[in-house]
Ligand binder design. Sequence first.
Ligand code: NAD
Ligand code: UDP
Length: 318
Amino acid sequence: MKRILITGGAGFIGSHLCERLLNEGHEVVCLDNYFTGSKENIVHLFNNPFFELVRHDITKPYMIEVDEIYNLACPASPVHYQYNPIKTVKTSVMGSVNMLGLAKRIRAKILQASTSEVYGDPKVHPQKEDYWGHVNPIGIRSCYDEGKRCAETLFMDYHRQNNVQIKIIRIFNTYGPRMDPVDGRVVSNFIVQALQNKDITIYGKGQQTRSFQYVSDLVEGMIRTMNTDNDFTGPVNLGNPGEFTIKELAEKIIEMTNSTSKISYMPLPQDDPVQRKPDITLAYEKLDKWQPVVYLEDGLKETIAYFEEVLKKKTVTL
Ligand code: NAD
Ligand code: UDP
């Protein structure tokens, strides 16, 4: 049994990770400032005596004795990370310094939830870990992209300079139950719009592509990465190589929800990547043949069912 700290544990991905690690018999400390996460995501874990909740902001130091740290705290959707971009940079940079300092002091292993956004609007397709990316350092997505890139630098430097045991994963678009219905991400927006029979808002012409990974596949990859040999630091891509245009996604969701929604086209946000698809050869090699096993339609089915329940309980206005 390990004691494990999960920052951002009350968020979408963090809540699934807390649940999975508790089910494996570990003690889990979930740290969150509830900026985009919520107690609702983890309320079902409250009666487990091995689950602990801490309200804290990782831009401030925090002390605890644990064996492992999963550092997920950071708003992930453009709407939220652009709400207070300076705070987003601070969360990635100062948050990483604080968590790495902690890992160094207590000799814990630490995993950073990095992102495919470090590749920016990629000129290489699909993206492999050795591609350095094509990122605008001064645009409206930079607070997130550059914050995460700097966090990767900090992780590597704490490893080289202080021998901290680190792991870096680069997460590609992930979806599933407990996504925030109003965080503006494409899967949640389209499902909520379709269930409400409102217009599906495609930004641009909908020809941009993304690869969508179901959350349980990601969580499996995260735990396998944490358990790799000490000499493996990553970065390693975790994503589903199935690539779809945003228009295809819209059509699929309309069909699966039997919706009467029409598609409406809106302006494409600045620096919106044209295409994105992970090369997962490294993950397959290093993580005991890890690869996603949930098909898009199966994952969407679960996610649609989740949002149906959410919409029964509360009014969601996009
Ligand atoms: P989320 O917004 O649901 O979760 C982030 C959590 O971090 C929230 O609970 C939030 O309240 C918390 N948080 C934010 N700032 C904090 C701070 N300063 N101190 C403490 N807690 C703070 O997002 P998610 O989709 O679950 O993403 C989790 C992690 O995975 C993030 O680091 C994100 O960058 C990364 N990631 C996610 C995706 C994706 O598709 N969902 C893709 C790439 C990377
Ligand atoms: N998108 C869209 N309509 C929406 C929300 C998003 O067309 O209502 C597009 C967005 O412009 C981007 C893609 O869908 O091209 C994925 O957006 P998301 O914010 O989910 O993720 P990211 O851009 O960070 O990959």
